[in-house]
Structures are given as structure tokens and as C-alpha cells.
Design a protein around this ligand. Sequence first.
Ligand SMILES: Nc1ncnc2c1ncn2[C@@H]1O[C@H](COP(=O)(O)OP(=O)(O)O)[C@@H](O)[C@H]1O
Ligand SMILES: [Mg+2]
Length: 297
Amino acid sequence: MKGIIVVNAFDCGKNVMYKANRMSDSFSRRGVQTKIVPNDRFLAVVGEGGKVGLNTDADFAVYLDKDKYVQYLLEKAGIAVFNSARSTELCDDKMMTHIALVNHGIDMPMTLGGALCYSGESQLKEEYLKYIADTLGLPLVVKSCYGSYGQQVHLAENYSTLKEIASRLKNSATLFQRYVKESHGKDMRVIVVGGKAVAWMTRRSEIDFRSNVEAGGKGYVCDLPDSFRRIAEKSAEILQLDFCGADILFGKDGPLLCEANSNAMIGEAERVTEVDIADCYVNHILNKLNYGAGGRH
Ligand SMILES: Nc1ncnc2c1ncn2[C@@H]1O[C@H](COP(=O)(O)OP(=O)(O)O)[C@@H](O)[C@H]1O
Ligand SMILES: [Mg+2]
């Protein structure tokens, strides 16, 4: 059996390569050869005769990216892909994640989907902005629906910052969210593999309301309360994720699901928890492929 580990061609820094290499080593310890491949190799295309054209002979793909087109096409060609394209797509768009999880008993901060505006000249109505401010209170959180590392997450401290941020982002998918002040500068990151929480840490920042490691946060050893385990595992189950890093906020009445990262980095979580997360994920993938249980080939 042969696998590919797909990484982004333009964003494959040391965090991404750490995860790819750790997984590749774990596969090879189990006798499975994998190749790390950037996503710009047209691995799968809409080919002649309306059929998927394949540029790989892999049996499975570990997709350490969020670029869904190739991911969907690999699946169409019958290749097992981890995570699935649909799960990745749902997680990549934070508003779609909240929509997928709503009405499933998953507590989340109140969230309003921003109205998409198609022209650069149109002004946002005061009525629209006032509704957002009155409903969620100020300060409030504004997020681009697509984004990572805290880079597209903003705190609107007052009405004029809200107006400035919302106007700047009006032509892209955006959400407005209640600011969970009890969670300022901290959250819990829970890694879920095959439906089970395998590693967890709190992340704290001294310098920002966002606790992302990439924005200056740091991971710390912690216990995993049942309520946090449940929200992380249930979210992963609903989103049908083989692997994810669930970000959970500390709400005043309990945990609130912030987002599920289909492509969470593992360096800080492995350092803090000393869990071999890469190996857990590889083990899950090989079990799902039935490798080693009579399926070894
Ligand atoms: N509603 C919120 N209230 C308080 N803090 C938040 C809220 N949403 C996000 N954060 C903080 O910002 C960080 C980044 O937000 P997140 O939605 O996880 O985006 P990203 O994909 O950039 O990590 C979170 O880890 C958390 O620390
Ligand atoms: Mg996050």
C-alpha cells in the first residue's frame, strides 16, 4: 500500500513539514511508504471524456491542506482521503462549521453571518451595524470565515471599530460573534483522532485576546473536564473528522465550541502533552484502511 501526504505548495513552513515528516516516519515504521507531495502537482483533474484524470498511483492520501478541489477529485477517483473533502470544507469556513453544529447540543458563542456585499462602493447601513452591536454587545468579535493562526480574527472594542472592520471586510465572507470575555487570551485545544480526544492543552497569551500559538500564545498541560471532552468529540463526530484540533472557549456557564481545525498543527501539542499525535493519526488511518488486519498488501 502506498500513500501520499499532501501539503500546501506555498505555505509549507516548518510547522507543516514537522507534521508531514512525523506522519511519514510513523507510516514507514509500520511498513507503509508515503511521499510528501505539494498540492500544485495536479494530482487529480477533470480529465478527457468527463472522467477524473489521476497523476498519482497512491492508494490513500493524507491531506494536510485545505485546498479542496484536488481533495474532492481524489475521492471521486476512489482514493481514500483523510480528512474527507467535505469535512475539510465545513471546517475551512468558520460560519459553515457553526451551521453544521447548530441544533446538535453543541454550545457556541452567539454568531451572526455577515451579509455578503458584492460592490466596493456600497456603504454598510447604520441599521445593519446597530443590529449587530445591539444583539451581540460590545466589544464583539469579527472573523473572516476563512482564516488561520488568529490572523483574520478581530476584536471590535467599540462601534466605530466595528464599522471600520466590517466595512473593510464587507466583500468577503465574515461572521460577527459574541465576545466571550471569560476566555480572554485563553482557550483549550483538544486534538481528536478517530472520534476520541487524544491530547489537550490550554493555550494562554499574555499579549492578546487570541490564544493562538502563532500569535504569541503558549500551550500548558491541563486536565480535560468531561464537558470539554464531550463537546470536542461530539463536534468531530458531527463534522465526520478523522482528525481535528477543536478550539474551545471558557464560557461562564461551560465550554463553547469556537472552531474545529481539520488541519491543526501538532508541534506545540506534542511538546506540551508528550503524546505522539502523529502516530495516533497514522494508527487511525491504517485501521480505517484495514491495514494489518488481514488487509496488509
Ligand atoms: N468569540 C470569541 N470570544 C473570545 N475569544 C475568541 C472568540 N473567538 C475567538 N477567540 C480567540 O481567538 C482565537 C482565534 O480564533 P479562531 O476562531 O480559533 O480562529 P483561527 O482559525 O484564526 O485560530 C481563539 O483561539 C480564541 O483565543
Ligand atoms: Mg483557532
